[in-house]
Write a protein that binds this ligand. Structure first.
Ligand code: SPV
Ligand code: MN
Length: 622
């Protein structure tokens, strides 16, 4: 293929010059290959310029991938009924014959998988414009900066990336000077569309990762988790790159907890879906750095984290004026917002749990003329907005942004939180004895109970290592080992475990805002400003400290009875969890010795406590 001729054949001089200015053979080859394969009518290349960013947003509206809403700057995007979330079954690693990824990962032989996806993408841009965009994971001009090249026929994908990531065209120029420069690449094709501009062939949806080439291909889908290359597609690539280079790519928020006398303490948190991740990052009175992805690196002897993203693709369900005042305001005022898969009536978006009456008809992911009681194309009941309906906003539009959120050196991490959901096992907050204990018994043993909102039986516990399970591109054991080894020569953050979902007689023991107290307590512990009790599986708060925090922060009376109910050490449930985990880890490849050691030590401590004090131990007896 004559690359230059291929490029020239489909683009105008302005686009051609934008590519030429990068002077990067890999970029040119990837773009030219996509032209040959997908056969677009035209190719448009964007830079970081405001007019190029505005062009993509306008294109999304002109092509009806987004529909303007009543409030200035707001649009709604719909994905097909069958395209409302990431799809694990069709998300696969392309594995060369001589390579070995963990056998438990969903994978396909590389040549075979490439052939399949190329057939699905062949001619897929006919009659359309191919869009070529450059973005950056992490802050630009920094050691974290990881440039990405996105090719797609979806203006919505580009628009989302403009809101969620840093611009990358100038970063490509900067890094291209280095002969070893490598970048992540994505080639996405929407596939055939319906009259609503949503992907038609959901059964032919594929998301294939070629880690050997730092490339991800996806087809017959529009949902951001499958198409926005820099989000979960890149996380899988980044986990492998981090493995090669000795840093960490995590599925974590970053927030700033504000301590006494203006003290700023940064916390990172990994929580499976529906365990309170975004709402923790958004606790009133604290500051957000990012809500989904974090890279960790050691810089000048410090453990530092950078927000990979520059915006939020958040679950909109249950966002309401009382619980989420900051987001609520952004969603109700002029400014750039993309709503995804909500119900729209008279130009106004509605969603489940918004605390307002939801109309019985409107336009949604099921139909342009949805009415209450309407069944989906699969015959199932439908909801006015999808349970996974989303909003996309920029960090810079949030009043509670930490002014330092874009720091090129990242931010110093004081604590790491692993937040699960269980009704009967873990106390609301506990601190690990140290890094190994935290990684092994909090991160690696993270579980979440399914809720009515997730698929499967309610109350079933799902194991989700560091909430990163869906994105691991290596064995669980190797990934845990990387965490254990990271930053081993320096002071590492404290590790905590949280559980906002303890129940008694079917009722939650904690209010929605109680998490604010656990965060304040963790902040104090990081600075040795509160004492703790040894509960055998970690350190837990003392009553007087919590009582004071509840009063000071929430103006709430926290009774001794509340404390005892919430912080009782539940030995039978804790031992049952160890039993479950021992079974699971017996099958994990490359399982670190530390896992077995930490589990055995935990069992021993809990059994000794049980022998001394019984099955259910009040924190007042510790
Ligand atoms: C998540 O599900 O963890 C998300 C949304 O952050 S998605 O883009 O689907 O991954
Ligand atoms: Mn996520």
């Amino acid at each position: 293929m004559d690359i230059q001729a291929t490029l020239k054949s489909k683009m105008d001089e302005a686009s051609f010059q934008k590519l030429a200015a990068l002077n990067n053979d890999d970029v040119n080859a990837f773009v030219a290959y996509a032209i040959e394969l997908c056969e677009p009518d035209k190719v448009w290349v964007g830079t970081d310029a405001a007019e190029d960013v505005a062009h993509c947003r306008q294109l999304a509206i002109d092509k009806k991938e987004e529909i303007p809403l009543a409030i200035e700057g707001h649009t709604v995007h719909f994905d097909s009924y069958y395209d409302q979330a990431r799809k694990k079954e069709v998300t696969k690693y392309l594995v060369p014959k001589d390579d070995t990824l963990d056998p438990k990962l969903n994978q396909v032989e590389r040549e075979e998988g490439l052939k399949e996806i190329e057939e699905l993408q062949r001619g897929a841009y006919k009659g359309r414009t191919m869009l070529v965009r450059f973005f950056c994971l992490g802050p630009v001009n920094s050691v974290f900066a990881l440039p990405c090249l996105q090719i797609t026929d979806s203006a919505y994908v580009c628009h989302s990336e403009d809101m969620l990531y840093r611009p990358g065209y100038e970063e490509f120029k900067r890094q291209s000077a280095d002969p070893s420069f490598k970048f992540f690449k994505y080639r996405h094709a929407t596939g055939e569309v319906t009259e609503r501009m949503t992907s038609k062939n959901h059964d032919l949806n594929r998301v294939y990762m070629d880690h050997t080439q730092n490339t991800v291909y996806s087809v017959n889908t529009q949902y951001a988790g499958n198409t926005v290359g820099l989000k979960k597609l890149s996380l899988r690539l980044a986990i492998r790159k981090a493995d090669r280079e000795g840093w960490l790519a995590e599925h974590m928020f970053i927030m700033r907890a504000n301590g006494p006398d203006g003290r700023k303490t940064y916390l990172c948190g990994a929580y499976p879906s529906a365990c309170g991740k975004t709402s923790t990052a958004m606790i009133p009175g604290e500051n957000i750095v990012g809500d989904d992805l974090a890279y960790f690196r050691v810089i000048d002897g410090k453990f530092r984290a950078a927000n990979v993203e520059a915006g939020i693709f958040g679950i909109i369900r249950d966002v309401n004026a009382d619980g989420d005042p900051v987001i609520w305001d952004v969603l109700h005022n002029p400014g750039e917002v993309i709503f995804g898969n909500v119900l729209v009536k008279d130009g106004k978006p509605y969603w489940l749990g918004m605390g307002e009456e939801i109309p019985g008809s409107g336009m949604n992911h099921v139909s342009t003329e949805w009415t209450e009681g309407m069944k989906g194309p699969d015959g199932k009941d439908t909801t006015p907005s999808h349970k996974n309906a989303r909003y996309t906003v920029r960090m810079s539009d949030l009043d509670n942004q930490d002014p330092d959120w874009d720091n090129p050196n990242g931010l110093p991490v004081g604590g790491i939180i692993y937040g699960g959901r269980d009704s009967d096992t873990n106390v609301p907050v506990r601190e690990a004895y140290g890094w190994e204990h935290g990684i092994c018994t909090m991160g690696a043993m993270l579980e979440s109970e399914t809720t009515a909102a997730t698929i499967g039986a309610e109350g079933e516990r799902k194991w989700n290592v560091m909430s990163n399970m869906d994105f691991l591109s290596m064995s669980v054991g190797r990934y845990i080992q990387n965490n254990l080894d990271f930053a081993k020569d320096i002071k590492r953050p404290k590790v905590f475990g949280t559980n906002y979902f303890l129940k008694k007689d079917g009722k939650y023991l904690n209010g929605m805002l109680d998490k604010a107290i656990w965060v304040k307590w963790m902040e104090l512990r990081i600075h040795a400003a509160a004492e703790a009790l040894d509960a055998g599986y970690g350190l837990i708060p003392k009553y007087d400290d919590l009582k004071k925090l509840f009063k000071d922060v929430l103006n709430k009376d926290f009774t001794e009875q509340d404390y005892v109910e919430q912080f009782t050490v539940r030995i039978p449930e804790l031992l049952a969890k160890l039993d479950r985990m021992e079974k699971i880890y017996a099958t994990v490849q490359e399982n670190p010795q530390a896992m077995a050691d930490e589990m055995a030590a935990q069992r021993k401590r809990l059994e000794a406590l049980k022998a001394a004090k019984g099955d259910y131990i009040s924190p007042l007896d510790l």
